[in-house]
Structures are given as structure tokens and as C-alpha cells.
Design a protein. Structure first.
Lengths: 478, 302
């Protein structure tokens, strides 16, 4: 007879205990991954400096190496390796640039910051980007005031700040001090296929009535008029809604939201915008989009199954390999919601994005800043635009250069908007938790209950909860 | 011999104990320590809040929602998986009846056994991506693609009523193969004489299953139960990769492990995340304790 059951108790119980231990392993993961909890932030390591001069406005040590880390995502890394680093070394041949790239910035960089050994220049981007507000608060980002005050590398007679589009410095400022270069310049609006619209004699709408009338026509033609991806990109919808709110009641509405002002989300402008968009959700969206990812909906647009898609100007480059020939990306500003909108229909939301910063506690923060100054030269900016099909904050760097239909259209939209280009909002980067809430709320509004009042109340409640939470670092803008 | 014994044992133990102490015990202590601080995850840990993080948790509706989902998995994942695995294992081993004094499985059982084990070989991340497509909400989704063209597509993960059910289905699909093998091994150890005797007495297959297989396999089933219960406390990878808006729509699939991850690495609330970790620690401990004490007395001797 088999003896497997003669002493079952011992074996089974040992096994059970081990099984329990496996489960418990999940708990300490947090402290493991964020590494080195108690790392003292007071130990200052020696930082390289040189003598300031007209040729060396940031006073870098010409022989000290600079370590840079680039996020490898939609923009690729070629602009850093093939443009910026050679340009940097042209001026500073003895400064060795140590380059690395990653798809997971926080995984690589956060432990190094906590260990007091960060790289000098970091591209904080991607889905695993670090909470930049927290980095500033922890004193880990270098103050860039001297960088923006330094002369531009190749535009004579201007400081770096002078060469940038309006709002570019502000976008990277925390409580009035600049800590980040937001390098790429993104134009937001309704993207459509200009060729398809031409063929059907459709013109992009400027008023809400035109918008819904056109949506009816598009629907009749068997095309989904409007769509966004609920599974992972509902923040595109949040931006559309809040841009409309901004056009109804000026950018002040969005500033109040950023400043967590009580009543900011229940403001009349936000309510009207939410009502208008809820109507679009109710009548013109495809319900299955709630379960789709951004690339899936974007692909459907490339196949002319979706007419309007709210997005930023990175869209064209992101879809480059799936866009059939004959498809012409073009952008339209969001149509006016009411006849009494305070901003004109041409007003557009364009913002600097893609954070690059110099680490305050690295070996060579001035070198990191000098690398940023190189990136902000006109030459580097033009090459960046050519390589990535993305505009930069360096004003007019790509004027007169034809690169792609979508980029030309975006450039035109900004020109037409003139002084009515507005930066939008920052709460999504300042308060990730609120950003998260807005995504879920936008999905509910557009796919489920079309209830504008509920949307506003829910966001108001979440915003006030953040305002009252002492563990969250607050920022303000004016 | 005596002299060499201790250095020998210590030599074996020192590395694993050191690794365990640094990467498990020390990390635990840190998690407990951090749970009483408001710490962003960057910079020095200084803002002591006592039980503040736990109070915040008490008011956090998402936390209660997540607990509810973990409990849902804790109840259904073990039951469904164990029942399915038992039935399959029985069919594969005994279900074919007897021939020449040997009990055997249904026809083709060797092939089935391999097929059942396949899901276990796939990384969970890949399983999540595959099932993301299986549950696709439009006609490009596998299941919706099988439905007639005129049907409204079923939203699956995009419908908060079914989303958690979809997660459960995937977890069961992935786990069943392993437990079929585990139970098969257990059944292999049940003496054939018992089955023969029962068969001579005229027992049907159903009687064999309930009166012989299950009681003699009870110990293994209990082990499976604990393992599956612990898996139910995790489910992180599936929820993170598969679901709408990660843990959505609107928190409909959020689980504790996902909350910990997002608070620690996305919301810069490492202190709160540690407090959630501490709660998960006690939940797992309680579950293990309850299961252990509930199963202490029973033991069937063969």
C-alpha cells in the first residue's frame, strides 16, 4: 500500500505556511521598489563648475562629463544622439556626454535620485514618468532661472527665454520659479482627414450648431462622427471638454481649476461645456470605444470609420506607419459652444510639453543646463521637428519649412488664433489623482450617463478632497 | 563529524537568510514604518501622521470597492477553479472506467492533460493581452466576432457589470491546468484496490468521485484552496494590463495591489501605499490563519 497518507499533516502544513509566505511577499514590494528609504539628502557631492564668461554663460566645467537620460517613446531618441549631442560636443569637445535611454523613466531614475546619484539631464516622460511636482518639492530639480536668462546659442541678441513661444517658461514653473524645459509644442484640437472632408464637401464647424449638423451628415454617411479611446486615452476627452470651457469663460476658468478653487468645476462654463459634449457622446459616439485603446480608435480614423478625433499634434507622427496615402491630417479648433463664448472660435489650446530637467544633486548640474541650452538653439529645434514631426517651443524654428500636412495645419491654426492661443491647464500633471478621477468621470459622461451635473459635482468633490489633503504638495498659477 | 556540522549548516543558510532579511524582513519593517508617514516617495521621510493614512483609507470609496473585488475573487476563484480542476482530473484519471484491472481516464486523456497545462506556461502579461483581444468590445474582439453580425457587440470589460467577471474567467482559465496536474498526482496515489472494491460493489462513476476521490484528495484540495486564495489577493498584472482605464471603468475592477502600485508610483503617495500594503499584509495573514485553523482537525487516513 502506498504511504502517502501516513503522515499527511506535517507536509501539508509546511506547504500551507510556505504558500502563505509567498502571498505576503507582495506587501514589501513598495518599499523595495522605491529603494533606499532613508537616504540622506544632505550629503552634497562635489559638483563640477567652471568660470562664467560671455562664451560660457552658465559657467560649466569644459572638461566635466554630462550624463543624460532620454525617454524612448513616440519621439524616439535620434534627436538626442544625432543632433543635440554632436551640437553640444561641437562647442564643448572635451565634455564627454554619457547617453542612455529607457522606456521606464521612474524605474531607472527614481532610485538614483534617492541614492543621491542622479544623471545630469533627464527627460521625464512616458507612462512611467515621475511626478515632477514631487521632484521639485523634494529639491531634486535644478533652478533654471540662469538658463533662461542666458543668451541663446544661435539667435544673436536674445536670451533663451526670449526665443520661446509665450507660456513656455510658465509651463515649467512651480510657484514662479522655472524648473523644467517643456520642449515640444503641442497643438490640441479636432483632427480629421482633410481629403475625406473635401470629397464629401464637409467643412470643419465653427459653432456648435454647425458641429452637430455636420455630425448628423457624417452619421448618415455611415461614419462614426466622433470618437476617443476610453480604455486608456480618456484624458484627450478631458482636454476637449476643458478647452471648450476655457473658450466659454476664458483661461481663468482653467486657472481656477488648477488652483483648486472651490466651485471651479461647478462653474457655469464647465457645466455648459459638459452639457454640450454629453450631447455629442449621447448621439455621435460609438459605445464600443469605451473598451478600445487609443491606437485602435486612431486606426479606425485612418480607415475613415471615425471622422473627428480629439488629440494633440503628435497624432500624425504616431500614426505615420498606419496612415494610408491620400489621408491628410488636419486640425480644427473646437467649435464655439455658445454664441456668447468669450474667446473666438479660432482660439486654440497649444501647450509646451515633454519635460527635460537638470538634476539639482547630480555631478554636473550646470553641464545639464548647458545641454538644455543646446536643445533650445534654433538649429537643434528645427532638426528635432524634422525628425519627430513635432513642433518645439523655440518660436518660428520651423517656419517656411514644409514637413507634413498635419504639422502645416497645426502651424496655421496657431497663426490664425493669434493672441488667442492659450496654454490650458496643469492640474493633470500637478495632481495625478485628480487627473485619474477626470478620466473616469469623462468616460462616464460620454459613454454612460451623459449627466453633466454629475460630472461637475464629482470633479468638484475630488478637487476639494485634493485641496484638503495635506499629503499632496500644492501649486498655484496666476 | 560533530565539529564540521555547524559550519556546514551555517554555510548553507547564511546567504538565503541574509537575502531574506534584507529583501523581505527589512522591507516589511520599512513598509510598517512608512505607513505612519505622509511620504511622497522622493526625498526625506519626515511628516509623521500616526494612523492618518488608515483613517484616510477608511473614507476612500475606491479602497472599499477594491476590497470588495478582492473578496469577490477570494470567494469565487478557489471554488470554481477547484471544482473544474477536480472534474477534469477525475475524467483524465478515473473517468474512463476500468480495463484489465487498471483504472484509466477518458479517451485521449494524455493529450488533454497537455492542453490543460498550456495556459500555465504563458506569462501572465501575455495572457492579459490575449484576453484583452478575446474580450474586445467590437467586432474585432474574438467573442464578439463569433456572434452574428446583427447582434449588438457585448462590451465585456467596458461594462462595469461584467468587467470583474471577465477577470475571474481569465484567472480561472490560467489556474485550472496547474490544479488538474496537482489533483492528478494526488489521484495517482489513491490505491486502485479501493476503486476496484467500490466498482465490485456496483458504485457508479459519480459515486466513485464523491465517495472515494474527494475524501482521499481532501488534503490536496485544501492546499489548492490556500494557493488560490492568495492569488485572489493579487490579480495585479491582469487588472493593470487588461482593464479599461486600469481598474475601470470607474473603479469597477480596481484591486488592492493595483491601488498600492498606483499610489506609490503614480500619485506620489508612498506613505498611503505602504499603509495599504500593511492592510494587505494583515488580510493575507488572517486568511492564512483562518484556513489553517479551519483545516487543522480533518485528516482522512487511507
Amino acid at each position: 500500500m502506498t504511504d502517502i497518507f501516513t503522515k499527511p499533516e506535517l507536509d501539508r502544513r509546511t506547504l500551507l505556511r510556505r504558500a502563505a509566505a509567498v502571498g505576503l511577499l507582495a506587501t514589501p514590494a513598495v518599499s523595495m521598489l522605491s529603494a533606499c528609504v532613508g537616504s540622506s539628502d544632505d550629503d552634497t557631492q562635489e559638483q563640477a563648475t567652471g568660470t562664467k564668461s560671455a562664451d560660457n554663460p552658465l559657467g560649466i566645467d569644459p572638461k566635466a562629463g554630462v550624463e543624460i537620460v532620454i525617454f524612448n517613446g513616440g519621439l524616439g531618441t535620434k534627436y538626442a544622439t544625432d543632433v543635440d549631442t554632436p551640437l553640444f560636443n561641437k562647442k564643448w569637445p572635451d565634455a564627454k556626454v554619457t547617453y542612455s535611454q529607457t522606456e521606464e523613466i521612474s524605474t531607472i531614475i527614481q532610485p538614483r535620485i534617492n541614492a543621491g546619484n542622479p544623471p545630469d539631464m533627464i527627460n521625464n516622460s512616458g507612462s512611467k514618468l515621475m511626478d515632477f511636482g514631487a521632484i521639485v518639492k523634494a529639491g531634486q530639480a535644478a533652478d533654471l532661472t540662469d538658463l533662461f536668462a542666458a543668451p541663446s546659442l544661435d539667435i544673436a541678441g536674445k536670451t533663451v527665454a526670449d526665443t520661446l513661444v509665450p507660456g513656455a517658461v510658465e509651463q515649467g514653473s512651480y510657484d514662479g520659479k522655472p524648473f523644467a524645459v517643456n520642449y515640444s509644442y503641442t497643438v490640441f484640437g479636432l483632427w480629421y482627414n482633410a481629403a475625406l472632408f473635401k470629397k464629401n464637401n464637409w467643412t470643419p464647424p465653427t459653432t456648435w450648431a454647425e458641429f452637430t449638423a455636420l455630425c448628423d451628415k457624417i452619421k448618415a454617411a455611415g461614419i462614426t462622427p466622433f470618437g476617443f479611446a476610453g480604455a486608456n486615452a480618456s484624458y484627450y476627452m478631458v482636454r476637449a471638454l476643458l478647452t471648450s470651457a476655457g473658450k466659454i469663460g476664458t483661461e481663468q476658468v482653467l486657472k481656477d481649476i488648477d488652483n483648486l478653487k472651490a466651485g471651479a468645476w461647478t462653474n457655469d462654463a464647465v457645466k455648459k461645456a459638459a452639457e454640450a459634449w454629453a450631447g455629442i457622446g449621447k448621439n455621435y459616439i460609438n459605445k464600443t470605444f469605451l473598451g478600445l485603446r487609443h491606437t485602435e480608435v486612431q486606426l479606425q480614423q485612418n480607415q475613415d470609420k471615425v471622422a473627428f478625433y480629439p488629440c494633440g499634434s503628435w497624432l500624425e507622427n504616431e500614426q505615420a506607419k498606419d496612415t494610408p496615402s491620400g489621408f491628410e491630417y488636419a486640425i480644427a479648433p473646437y467649435p464655439s459652444v455658445t454664441t456668447s463664448d468669450q474667446l473666438p472660435a479660432t482660439a486654440i489650446n497649444a501647450a509646451a510639453g515633454e519635460i527635460y530637467f537638470a538634476a539639482a544633486k547630480g555631478k554636473n548640474p550646470q553641464g545639464g543646463k548647458e545641454y538644455l541650452r543646446t536643445m533650445l538653439s534654433k538649429e537643434a529645434a528645427l532638426e528635432f521637428t524634422k525628425l519627430t514631426k513635432s513642433l518645439t517651443v523655440v518660436a518660428g524654428a520651423s517656419d517656411g519649412v514644409t514637413i507634413s500636412p498635419g504639422l502645416t495645419s497645426a502651424n496655421d491654426a496657431v497663426t490664425k488664433a493669434g493672441k488667442d492661443v492659450f496654454m490650458g491647464y496643469l492640474f493633470d500633471t500637478w495632481y495625478k489623482k485628480l487627473d485619474d478621477e477626470s478620466r473616469a468621470a469623462a468616460n462616464d459622461l460620454m459613454f454612460k450617463d451623459y449627466d453633466a451635473a454629475k460630472f461637475c459635482d464629482r470633479m468638484e468633490k475630488a478637487s476639494q478632497a485634493v485641496a484638503k489633503d495635506s499629503s499632496i504638495t500644492k501649486f498655484t498659477r496666476s | 563529524m560533530r565539529h564540521g556540522k555547524y559550519p556546514f549548516i551555517i554555510g548553507f543558510l547564511v546567504v538565503p537568510v541574509a537575502i531574506y532579511a534584507v529583501f523581505v524582513v527589512w522591507a516589511y519593517i520599512q513598509a510598517f514604518y512608512l505607513s505612519v508617514y505622509e511620504w511622497s516617495g522622493l526625498g526625506p521621510v519626515e511628516n509623521f501622521v500616526g494612523l492618518g493614512n488608515f483613517r484616510k483609507m477608511f473614507d476612500d470609496t475606491l479602497f472599499w470597492q477594491s476590497i470588495k473585488h478582492n473578496v469577490f475573487l477570494l470567494i469565487f476563484l478557489p471554488i470554481i477553479t477547484v471544482v473544474l480542476a477536480l472534474v477534469f482530473a477525475f475524467l483524465l484519471n478515473v473517468g474512463g472506467g476500468q480495463k484489465g484491472g487498471v483504472t484509466r481516464g477518458v479517451w485521449g486523456s494524455k493529450v488533454y492533460r497537455i492542453i490543460f497545462f498550456f495556459p500555465q506556461l504563458l506569462a501572465l502579461a501575455i495572457v492579459a493581452v490575449i484576453f484583452g483581444r478575446v474580450f474586445g468590445p467590437d467586432k474585432s474582439g474574438m467573442i464578439n466576432g463569433l456572434f452574428p453580425e446583427s447582434w449588438q457587440p457585448w462590451l465585456f470589460l467596458a461594462d462595469e457589470r461584467y468587467a470583474m467577471g471577465c477577470i475571474l474567467v481569465v484567472l480561472v482559465w490560467q489556474a485550472v491546468g496547474f490544479y488538474v496536474v496537482l489533483f492528478s498526482a494526488g489521484m495517482g496515489n489513491i490505491p486502485t484496490e479501493v476503486y476496484e472494491a467500490a466498482a465490485i460493489d456496483g458504485a457508479t462513476r459519480v459515486t466513485l468521485f464523491f465517495r472515494i476521490t474527494i475524501p482521499l484528495l481532501w488534503n490536496t484540495v485544501q492546499v489548492a484552496w490556500v494557493y488560490l486564495g492568495i492569488a485572489a489577493f493579487d490579480a495585479f498584472a491582469l487588472v493593470n494590463i487588461m482593464t479599461v482605464d486600469r481598474g475601470g471603468p470607474d473603479g469597477a475592477t480596481s484591486v488592492l495591489s493595483l491601488m498600492i502600485y498606483r499610489n506609490a508610483f503614480e500619485f506620489s503617495q508612498a506613505g498611503y501605499a505602504s499603509a495599504l500594503g500593511v492592510v494587505l499584509f494583515f488580510l493575507t495573514l488572517t486568511f492564512a490563519w483562518v484556513t489553517l485553523s479551519a483545516t487543522r482537525r480533518e485528516s482522512v487516513e487511507a
